[in-house]
Design a protein around this ligand. Structure first.
Ligand SMILES: Cc1cc2nc3c(=O)[nH]c(=O)nc-3n(C[C@H](O)[C@H](O)[C@H](O)COP(=O)(O)OP(=O)(O)OC[C@H]3O[C@@H](n4cnc5c(N)ncnc54)[C@H](O)[C@@H]3O)c2cc1C
Length: 493
């Protein structure tokens, strides 16, 4: 953490994807400097990143409510502003007469120049301006290959990143006392002004029932996850019917808990019980996939929008809106795909194994551009994240860094039978199939008519027939892939 100059200088903290008080380097440094002012900006503008999806807007509303309550307990009034931070931050700093401005760094192609621009303006005005590391354990320029470049393969990245993650985790300091600066009345907007919550219709009931946005909810998730123990995580994390993963992704995306606290807690659990070493390492590696995604978007700024492998930029995707609609609604006729898409629609989240299956089905069986799926996830996931979402989709599509080869095509029936053997996940999310025997739960279209009748399933009526034949879809995808002219290295460098 950068240390602010000593003294009693009022300081403004710009909250972004770090909606917490605990382990907040920008807030801590501002508190050391003097009375604290806090602002969150709903960034809007053509060059200010992608507008938030619906599920993210819902989460943000509740997360900001929680943050402003927590800050108020320390006498700090969270100011809400909407618009372009390049004008809002310098204007606000002047209006509040602060001596310093602090924020935690972000790494998006659009946000880096915005931050630089604001820094220049503030410095020209004679203010101290400090950015801090918090969103990641390793900044994109910190983990380097032997020749000084960025890693393109995960395993050596993980090996090189781990000691740096440990060192950053060990360096966490105590939180200083917070004192709020006096905010003039009428300075900001209200959350209601932003209308982040859905109203016509209000589809958020499932989200409400599934999540507790905010710092307390994040801490409860981490504690609950670790109380169950990391034991078995390595295996069980692939079973969608078993709540074996942390459920922390949205909390981490919005920064309601620091990635450092999660790393520290997992490390402490592993240190206290050597039997957790192996499973704990798998969990740490998942946290490092997130680090890897951030370094990809930093070093390859067009990664979120374009296939990382040059050759895929001319991939012969097709466009089939009705198939995409069936996929979005969980009506493909493949139970594991439909279960995942319905879990997503209802709760704003989908299990990682199932994300891979539904993504593979869209880009391979349906031959749709990965960006079509990425956009749907962006709108519907509560953890929608520029880095992780693009990395996940490009991994599945085969066009990303260290991706699954395109020709490895998930068989949705086999995936279901392997990871949801008794069909418990499908039965939860596709209740119209609940009474099918295990043997047919992942392949109802092969089920004898009398068994379907006994289970109350009428294919084509109560549940759709497959929108694409598995073998035909597979062959079409492989043919499309064969038509690609692979570049020598396949990577964009
Ligand atoms: C097509 C596709 C799209 C995805 N889109 C997103 C997204 O928009 N936002 C998002 O946070 N994750 C995304 N992921 C990654 C992963 O599915 C989720 O992070 C994970 O399911 C979240 O559940 P959890 O918190 O219980 O994970 P846990 O297993 O408990 O993992 C702990 C944390 O590690 C990180 N993590 C875990 N797996 C991955 C991964 N494969 N890549 C990067 N980070 C990971 C997350 O921050 C997660 O919260 C995507 C994966 C795929 C295949």
């Amino acid at each position: 953490m950068q240390v602010s100059p000593p003294g009693h200088s009022p300081a403004l903290v710009w909250f972004r994807e770090d909606l917490r008080i605990d382990d907040h380097p920008a807030l801590a440094a501002a508190a050391v400097a003097g009375p604290v002012y806090a602002v969150f900006i709903l960034e809007e503008g053509p060059d200010l990143g992608r507008p938030l999806g619906g599920a993210s807007r819902w989460w943000l509303h509740h997360s900001l409510t929680s943050l402003s309550q927590s800050l108020a307990q320390h006498g700090i009034n969270l100011i809400l502003k909407r618009g372009d931070p390049r004008t809002i931050i310098p204007d606000l700093a002047r209006e509040l007469d602060v001596a310093q401005v602090h924020w935690n760094r972000r790494y998006y192609a659009w946000s880096v120049p915005v931050d630089r621009d604001i820094k220049d303006k503030l410095r020209t005005a004679g203010l101290g301006v400090y950015s801090h590391k918090a969103q990641v354990l390793t900044e994109p320029w910190e983990v380097k290959t032997g020749s000084g470049g960025a890693f393109k393969v995960f395993t050596p990245f993980f090996r090189a990143a781990t000691p740096l993650c440990d060192a950053f985790a060990d360096a966490a300091g105590p939180m200083p006392t917070l004192n709020g600066g006096r905010v003039p009345a009428q300075i900001g907007e209200t959350l209601a002004d932003w209308a982040l919550l859905p109203s016509k219709p209000d589809w958020s009931g499932g989200l409400q029932a599934s999540w507790q946005p905010g710092e307390a909810g994040a801490r409860a998730r981490l504690d609950g996850f670790l109380a169950k123990g990391l034991k078995g995580y390595g295996h069980d994390r692939n079973l969608p019917a078993k709540p074996a993963t942390s459920g922390l992704s949205a909390h981490l995306h919005f920064g309601e808990i620091s990635i450092r606290r999660v790393w520290q807690a997992a490390r402490a659990a592993m240190a206290a019980n050597s039997a957790l070493e192996e499973d704990g390492r798998v969990f740490l590696s998942e946290l490092c996939w997130r680090e890897f995604s951030f370094q990809l978007i930093y070093h390859y700024p067009d990664f979120p929008e374009h296939s990382w492998k040059e050759a895929f930029r001319s991939f012969p995707w097709t466009s089939d809106p009705s198939a995409v609609r069936a996929w979005q609604r969980g009506q493909t006729g493949y139970p594991i795909v439909d279960a995942g898409m319905r879990q997503l629609w209802k709760t704003g989240w989908m299990h990682n194994r199932v994300r891979m299956i539904v993504a593979s089905f869209l880009v391979k069986h349906l031959l749709q551009d990965w960006r079509v799926g990425e956009a749907w996830f962006w709108d519907t996931l509560v953890d929608a994240d520029v880095a992780n979402n693009a990395a996940g989709w490009q991994w599945v599509a085969g066009c990303g860094a260290d991706a699954a080869p395109y020709f490895r095509i998930f068989n949705p029936m086999a995936q279901g039978e392997k990871f949801d053997a008794d069909g418990a996940y499908v039965r939860t999310w596709v209740p119209e199939l609940a009474r099918l025997p295990d043997r047919y739960i992942h392949r109802p279209f092969e089920c004898p008519t009398h068994v379907l009748a006994q289970a109350g399933v009428r294919l084509g009526q109560t549940y759709p027939l497959p929108i694409v034949n598995h073998e035909k879809g597979r062959k079409r995808a492989l043919d499309a892939f064969a038509s690609l002219k692979e570049t020598a290295s396949g990577d964009p460098a």
